[in-house]
Design a protein. Sequence first.
Length: 170
Amino acid sequence: MPPFSHISPHVRLLQDLQANIIKPHGRKYAWHIFIRFRQNKKAARHWAGTQALEATSASEQRRLTELWKAAREKGEGSDGGLVFTLSLSAKGFLKLGFTEEEMPEDPSFRMGMKRGAVNTRLQDPPSGYWEEGYQKNLDAMALLASDNPDNLQRKYDEIEAAFSSFFARP
């Protein structure tokens, strides 16, 4: 019998899927860190790969939610834990050295949110009306969410420590 063959495909899907996709994170505080990669592809790709392994899975999000609910029912305080996700844009994939063949095939993803058809479907105003920082090409977004701001600050400090070597501020 192959390893993990007893695990349902649904459970495997939740383990492979980032948090905040199927269900919102539900935390009181959320920070969205927008990232542009510099030319040091090797260091940026290594960082992104490491962070992807640390990202909260949908399965872990569900587990944290159940623990939070159980603590709340007992009248105990609980912050629900830190939710961390990392999302790449199509340009971010390319800057990390992936080929177009290795990127997700979805045409909307490949076009980006600024393109007319995608922008219209999202019901966003034209990108020329966006705040200046969002008008630039963004390569990634890190989502940090928690009921405890100290958890957000710790993870942010970890991410910011890497900025000088391969990130550019948006």
